[in-house]
Design a protein around this ligand. Structure first.
Ligand code: HEM
Length: 209
């Protein structure tokens, strides 16, 4: 390949990686936090949850927004995520440092998030072969099966870890945390964000059971 062609390919790969990184935070990560927050309304009872779902779904162009702002970015982040995983080389065995473990866990939780999102979509979004909303009692009925409940707990934990650990990586790769002290503080702050989001999601999950 000529030098000019190689430069074009490198530049494209660079921007794709940047877009992948950004999409993990906005809109995918932001949506995930909003979705967990929205579901936590279940803690105020079935009527409160059904009312929240009804309000959100009576917004204009909700399906177009859902596809454009949620599903297409998730699909993009997932496809590129798998490409990144296949070209990466985890080096935990060689260097077992904390950072190498976090690198590996980011990839493992990415795959788990993919499996969980597909399972979640099949349960509550594409139901009976159609785009259909799930009222409180349907969600509670699905989550009352013990193995499904545990899949939810583990799936949410994987998604939240992936988001919080990814946020720390994002801050670093976008040059927002420079130097070891800033990195350590950002790591702690992101762990705090992860713990908060996880607590909120458990409030939602336990409200249904
Ligand atoms: C709940 C859904 C998801 C959220 C909120 C999310 C969020 C994020 C965030 C914030 C990052 C950090 C970006 C950076 O390092 O600058 C990231 C990275 C990553 N994500 Fe996701 N993600 C999700 C789903 C997925 C899925 C389904 C995959 C598929 C395997 C995936 C694969 C990856 C990979 C491989 C990285 C690391 C990229 C790198 O080190 O450069 N993610 N994600």
């Amino acid at each position: 390949m000529s030098t000019a062609a190689a430069t074009v390919v490198d530049r494209r790969a660079f921007w794709l990686r940047k877009l992948h990184s950004l999409s993990g935070v906005v809109p995918v990560g932001a949506f995930m936090c909003f979705h967990l927050f929205e579901n936590a309304s279940a803690a105020n009872g079935p009527e409160a949850f059904d009312e929240t779902v009804r309000k959100i779904n009576s917004m204009p162009f909700v399906l177009a927004m859902e596809i454009g702002v949620i599903w297409i970015p998730i699909l993009f982040h997932t496809l590129l995520g798998f490409a990144i995983i296949f070209e990466g080389r985890p080096n935990v065995a060689a260097y077992g440092h904390g950072r190498n473990w976090l690198y590996l866990l980011q990839r493992v939780t990415g795959v788990l998030a993919f499996l969980f999102i597909a399972f979640h979509f099949a349960n509550f979004r594409m139901r009976k072969g159609e785009f259909e909303l799930a009222p409180f009692e349907d969600v509670a009925a699905v989550l009352s099966t013990p193995w499904v409940f545990w899949v939810y707990l583990a799936g949410i934990a994987a998604c939240v870890f992936h988001f919080a650990n990814g946020l720390a990586g994002f801050l670093f790769s976008w040059g927002l945390t420079v130097g070891p002290r800033a990195k350590r503080l950002a790591g702690l702050a992101c762990a705090g964000v992860g713990a908060g989001v996880f607590a909120l999601s458990m409030r939602a999950l336990f409200a249904f059971v």
